[in-house]
Structures are given as C-alpha cells and as structure tokens.
Write a protein that binds this ligand. Sequence first.
Ligand code: MN
Length: 477
Amino acid sequence: MAAATGQLGVLDLSFRTALQRLDAAGRLLKVRSPVDPHLEIAGLAMQRDGDVAFLFERVKGHTMPVATSFAASPANVTTLFGCDVAGVRAAMERAISAPLPWETVSSGPAQEVVRLGADIDLGAQLPILTHTARDGGPYITAGCVIARDPDSGVHNASFHRLQLRGPNVLALKLDHGRHLRTMWEKAAARSEPLPIAIVIGGDWALTYAACSLGAMLPYDRDELEAASGLRGAPLALLPCRTVDLAVPHDSEIVIEGLLHTERFVDDEGPFIEVFGQYSEVGRCPLVEVTALTHRRDAIYYDVLGCEGVTLRKYILEAGILRELRQAVPIVRDVEMTRGGMYRFHLVIAVHKNSPLDEGLQRQAIFAAFAALKDLDLVIVVDDDIDIHNPTDVEYALAMRMEASKDLILMPGARCHEYVLVSDNGRRTKVGIDATVPFERHHEFLRASYAQVRLEDYDTTLAPGWSRPETPAPAGRE
Ligand code: MN
C-alpha cells in the first residue's frame, strides 16, 4: 500500500486488480440475491451512491455479473490505486506531462470469446441496465470509446452514453466540443464511417485518461499514450478483430464497430445527464457493431450516480493545479468540491509570503476561470484553511470575506451548456477572495493546541465510569 508521490513507480490499475483491492479493503458490496438489470440494480446501487463499490453476482436473464461504483468515492479511488490522494494526483499529473508509448500484444483475455456478424445480440449477451423508469431504454454508461484521427493518427478515448437500439445497433451521444466529435466530423467530410472500439471494464489508467478534458489533454495528445504515462509503463494493447484499433488486452468486454456519419436516430433519450437532470430527446449517430469480444468470465461494468462526475475530479484538479502554479506562484493546492459536482466549483489555497504577493490571489481566480471554462465559482483562501473540508472553507467565508470588496463578478462568460439557468451557455462567474490581507495576518491566527493523540489514552464512553483504583503510596499504611 501507499506509494509516496516521489517514487510512485508503475501502477497496476487493471480492472481485476481494482476488484481485488476493493474486495480486500471491505469496499466491495457483493449482492448474492438475483437482481434485475431493469431498474432494480440501479435502484440498489444508488442507495450507497458515492460510497462502496458493488458486485451483483446473479443477474436475472444473464450469466455475466454486473459491477458499479469502483471509483465513486475518494476512499474507493485510493483503494483502487493502492496509494494515497497525493499519489493519485501524481499519477494524473504524469498522464498530462509524461506520456509513454503503449505496447502491442498478440493475445489476451479480452478476446477469449469472440462474436461476429449475426452472432451478435447485445441485449441478450450483455446485462445492459435500464436505470430509471423514465429512461429511453437500456443504456451502456461505462463505454470508453477509442478512435483515431484519420489525418494525424492520434487516438482519443472518451466516455459517451450508448443507447441499445437493436441486436447490433447502438446510438452514441456526441456532444459538440468533444474530441470524438471532431474525428467524426472529419470522417463525415470524407463520407466515411469512423471505426471505434468501445471498452467496458478496461484498465483504469485508460478510464482516467479518457476522463480528461481538452483543457488537460488537447486534441493533438494521444490518450492511449496518456494512459501509459498514468500507469508509468506501457499499456498492453490487443489489436481488435474487425477495426484497425487496439484495446487493453485484459478488458472485460469490447464492442467494435463503425460510428456512422449518415445514419441517425432522432429519438435518443431521455436519459439522466451526468449532472443529474434528464436530457431532452434528440438526434444521435448510430453505431453498427461489427464484433463483441469478452473474457470468458467477463464482468459487465456500469457507471451510475455520482461516479460519472467523481471520475473527473482528480484529473481536473491535477490539470488546474499545474496551470495555476505556473501562472500564479503563491498557489499551493486546489480542491474541486462534491456539491459543485467536481466541475463547477473550485477552492484554491494560496500562501502570501510578502506584501508584494497581495492581490495575486485575485489573478489566481481569473487564471482558474481561463484554465477550465466550466468553472462558475472560485473561492480563494489562505493555506491555513483546510480546503478539503467544506466546513473550514465556509469558516473562511464567515470570517474573512467582506462582500463589498471581495466578491468579483465576471458577467457573460462561457460556461457548461448543461447549466439550464445560463443564457445559452453564458453565465456570470463568481470569484470570492476569502484571504486575509497580508498586513493583517497576525489578527487572524487560528488557535493551535498541543499535538496529542486521544487514541494513546485510556478512555471510555460507557456510562458509570469511575476513577480507576490507584495503589496507595507506599509507606502510608
Ligand atoms: Mn480527448
């Protein structure tokens, strides 16, 4: 356990290792009763959303078990990585700054079972969940889509929801601004479909690389190389059977296919968006599935509840921290908050060393807005505030913010298009300077107590406590 940041070394982030680590740590809730992929599994998993991981061992109508929520909580993530939060952050940092080539292998468990052509029936062969009664049918939510730019050869990996439309047909949600969409538009300009490989239950290094945004890994950065950089060693990739792409050799399930540029459905949805609201029904391109391959004992994986947003937390923090440190040297640490769905709200800790640093905390607010367009609220505090503790951040707002001076509004700025209160994707950003003026620091010192550990003492909460008998001093009887 617990590689320190400095000597992170090679990380084993394979799906099966993650499963074993979560189980060994008591963070995998195994459900042995038979459960239905239609509504029941999602309903059960949501009862511990943001907490433990699940393995549903017996799924009605299917032989494959279903797993969820491996990375739904910070405690699961550190368990899955086998290191502390600093190590997780360092892994994300090297995905961004230290990419590595991958390696190709000729065989692997991901192709123990291969189904082609008329043998493919996704709805029968995979326990695809229907999550809520209002959903437009069964959806694959953990599909990591790998594709290659037809010009540069650079690979993208990204998550897109996939609606089951037929035995070998899926509809793929393809929002504007996504790198996969750029590749798809290039293919459309040539009137060709875009070959893709969809990994379900793959190496977590690939999963986390795929959770980066363009602000961290721009279009010209290969996300298979980023995944190798994240794990600190080449990712072993297995060539696909029907498309010229490769996937982690030990993936649970792989769907190969063609993302069409001239075949659409107009009634995709409704479905719960990543931020918890239902989407409208809309138009999506179709995927024609050309192969389904999987392990003989494959586990189907599903992303639901808060895991969809939690997956981005650490890579966004690492990316923003990297940019802020370069732009504003007094920045010490950042925290994306759970309430802000690890996307919209950021807390920055700074350390002012001299009167000449006064004011830089405000530049940090604008640097953060520039680094990630989706940020709508940035709070900057001194580094004696624990930014990982929302109560302590609120303390800083209570004691150190004077709204007439410390509230900074930036109207009409670009935000995430899913924010419904925005004006077509434009919103007023809010910055809060909750730092103490440098010259007045001495007035704001927080009480500090003796560094003692209660665990080292003989204590009890049981009623009826009485002072333990002490032996009488010698020589008094
Ligand atoms: Mn990308």
